[in-house]
Write a protein that binds this ligand. Structure first.
Ligand SMILES: Cc1ncc(C[n+]2csc(CCOP(=O)(O)OP(=O)(O)O)c2C)c(N)n1
Ligand SMILES: [Mg+2]
Length: 347
């Protein structure tokens, strides 16, 4: 396996080992949570970030702790990369009270304000207008902080994307659009949906600069993110990074409900599995003598223990009390919303 982009001074041995640990954490988190899901330990569609770790980790490596992220429906990896603890993330998937959204959000509605994780959403592209609002607030409050917003290649076809890019550019908000081009919209391939292969060309029409990067190469993603984040921090407005990547699992895990089949061609899968971002990074670090195999193996073992602890924690945690079903789910108590807008009788 050929090493990927040469690591420069910007990614020294210490930083590289840290990024490697993050990527391994995402992969193992997805493998263990996916297995628990398939055993029926929790419910609700669950989208895995496996295969796309270099995108999440490369981008977050360019962010400061005060910067924000807004996820989409496949954002476990983005939250882990930004700094979320895996115990409350796992507990959220399990619907437990100790989860980061108190067990009411599940896999697609994450929130971790402590690390700048504003939200994520299961409604395709709906988080982009929210991200424009977050970035506008950062600008108005002169925070010198940046927001990164994730979106999938299929979701990129939604109308809200153009509207969000237009306003972000017009208002010059500090936002980085992060397009995960994994070439599939559920079972529909990119080729069957669009004659354009570089989707980010559309950003040019909104006067937004864009970069197309190898999403399996963490160093390349990091380099592009640094440029985009610096531009946002200088007050020059949004950028778009299109990361060419591949999801390693089927569209979503839906225990017993279908949707778990993988329709993608075997040769294509083989090509992308040979470009596993973690294996590529390992080869690169070893070639650059930034680490020895024993160190990297030790990281994998440590992560294994931590992920096992997270799943045990999620299993042992209680479910939220049924009396709390409406707590935190509306900005105002539901009965006051009803009183204002409808005739719905109160019981
Ligand atoms: C508005 C809306 N329409 C349809 C769906 C169902 N849905 C969930 S994921 C998905 C595919 C999204 O593909 P893409 O944006 O490429 O992201 P990927 O899953 O490949 O990461 C669809 C159609 C949804 N969640 N929201
Ligand atoms: Mg896709």
């Amino acid at each position: 396996m050929e090493p990927i982009t040469r690591l420069g001074k910007e990614l020294d041995a210490e930083v590289s080992l840290h990024l490697y640990r993050k990527m391994v954490t995402i992969r193992q988190f997805e493998e263990v949570s996916g297995a628990a899901y398939r055993r029926g330990e929790f419910w609700g569609p669950t989208h895995s970030s496996a295969g796309e770790e270099a995108v999440d980790v490369g981008v977050c490596a360019a962010l400061e702790s005060g910067d924000k992220i807004v996820g989409y429906h496949r954002s476990h990896g983005l939250f882990i990369a930004k700094g979320s603890e895996i115990k409350p993330l796992m507990a959220e998937l399990f619907g437990k009270i100790t989860g980061m959204s108190k067990g009411k959000g599940g896999s697609m509605h994450l929130c971790d304000r402590a690390i700048g994780g504003m939200c994520s959403s299961g409604v395709l592209a709906s988080s982009l207008p929210v991200a424009v609002g977050v970035a506008l607030a950062l600008k108005k409050e002169r925070k010198n902080q940046v927001c990164v917003a994730g979106v999938g290649d299929g979701s990129f076809e939604e109308g809200q994307v153009g509207e969000s890019m237009n306003l972000a550019s017009l208002w010059k908000v500090p936002l980085v659009f992060l397009l995960y081009n994994n070439k599939y919209f559920q079972v529909l391939s990119a080729r069957s949906r669009s004659s354009a292969t570089i989707l980010s060309d559309r950003a040019i029409g909104y006067n937004i600069p864009r970069a197309v990067v190898d999403g399996q190469d963490v160093a390349e993603v990091y380099r592009a993110a640094k440029v985009a984040v610096a531009r946002a921090r200088r007050g020059e407005g949004p950028s778009l990074i299109e990361a060419m990547t591949y999801r390693y699992q089927a569209q979503a895990a839906r225990a017993g409900l279908g949707g778990d089949e993988d329709f993608r061609p075997r040769e294509e899968r083989e090509y992308w599995f040979n470009r596993d971002p973690i294996k590529l990074f390992r080869v690169t670090m070893l070639a650059a003598k930034m680490a020895n195999p024993e160190e990297l193996d030790a990281i994998e073992q440590e992560v294994k223990v931590a992920v096992q602890e997270a799943v045990d924690y999620a299993r042992k945690s209680p479910y939220p009390d049924v009396d709390e079903i409406l707590t935190d789910t509306y900005s105002r108590p539901l009965h006051s919303v009803w009183n204002l807008h409808t005739e719905v009788p109160r019981t």
